[in-house]
Design a protein around this ligand. Structure first.
Ligand code: SAH
Length: 262
């Protein structure tokens, strides 16, 4: 008797966008509605998770900065195992899967296991947060280059950021809140002006978003004074002066200096 072939599962690495469920792609919304299993991060908020039908199985693999609830290898194994079992698996990740999302590692694992895998892009935090704040990441007068960097690395001094911030450039720092003072010191030591505008955007695209502006020299103090919590982005460059934001209160001269850039 002929054996029935195993059911063919598929893995989708799906960007959930920066928080507001309206910023999901149509493809992401469709896949969520038809998945057998959704494996999601802590960064994916309740408003997006609410779109997953009740009958769809859900696994959270939330990670926190100093506490890994599930190691990446275990996540990879889980995705491969469930897909090989024939499920339609959606791996739902905050923002875009390939921007600081370890989507590349999950895609490698899928390729090695020989399973079908497709990547669905999402709006990355930089784009969502900048849009909400009315902060153009590029601007004909102010910036013709944008860089995205990760600020959480243990030893920032090992990273070469020279030339990423300053004249004509916008630097967007993900995961940089805990190291904000070290980041500002590093940039200033590299020759970036201490008076360059900075915007800090907390929980961007959500109803509780906070957008703050200051100058590079005051960044560490601002983050401490205003108790900025993750997830938050730091945007350094002249364009930050254009954000619709609260100017950092309490730091003398900040508002006047920011005014000079507008
Ligand atoms: N893949 C994600 C980034 C994951 S790294 C993306 O493309 O957006 C996690 C970092 O993203 C956070 O530490 C924070 O710096 C940033 N981030 C994610 N969502 C955010 C939001 N809603 N508001 C501000 N920053 C956010």
């Amino acid at each position: 008797m002929e054996k029935t072939p195993p059911p063919s599962g598929k893995l989708w690495l799906v960007g959930a966008g920066p928080g507001d469920p309206d910023l999901l792609t149509l493809r992401a919304a469709r896949l969520l509605a038809h998945a057998d299993l959704v494996v999601h991060d802590g960064l994916v908020g309740e408003a997006v998770l609410a779109l997953i039908p009740a009958h769809v199985e859900r696994i959270s693999v939330a990670k926190q900065r100093s506490r890994h609830t599930m190691k990446q290898e275990l996540i990879n194994d889980l995705l491969v195992r469930e897909t090989l079992a024939g499920k339609q698996v959606v791996r739902l990740k905050g923002g875009d899967p390939f921007i600081f999302g370890r989507g590349g590692e999950e895609l490698d694992a899928a390729r090695q296991a020989g399973i079908a895998c497709e990547v669905v892009p999402g709006i990355t935090a930089a784009m969502g947060c900048a849009a909400q704040a009315g902060l153009p990441l590029t601007h004909r007068e102010d910036a013709s280059a944008v860089s995205f960097v990760a600020g959480q690395c243990k030893d920032l001094s090992d990273q070469d950021w020279s030339g990423l911030a300053g004249h004509g450039r916008t630097l967007v720092i993900y995961m940089g809140i805990a190291t904000a003072t070290a980041i500002a010191d590093k940039l200033i030591a590299d020759g970036v002006s201490p008076d360059l505008p900075v915007a800090v955007i907390e929980r961007g695209t959500t109803a509780d978003a906070r957008v703050l502006r200051t100058l590079l020299t005051d960044l560490g103090d601002l983050v401490a004074r205003e108790v900025v919590n993750s997830p938050a982005l730091i945007i350094v460059g002249k364009v930050a002066a254009r954000a619709d934001a609260l100017d950092c209160l309490g730091a003398p001269g900040v508002a006047e200096k920011l005014g000079n850039f507008a």
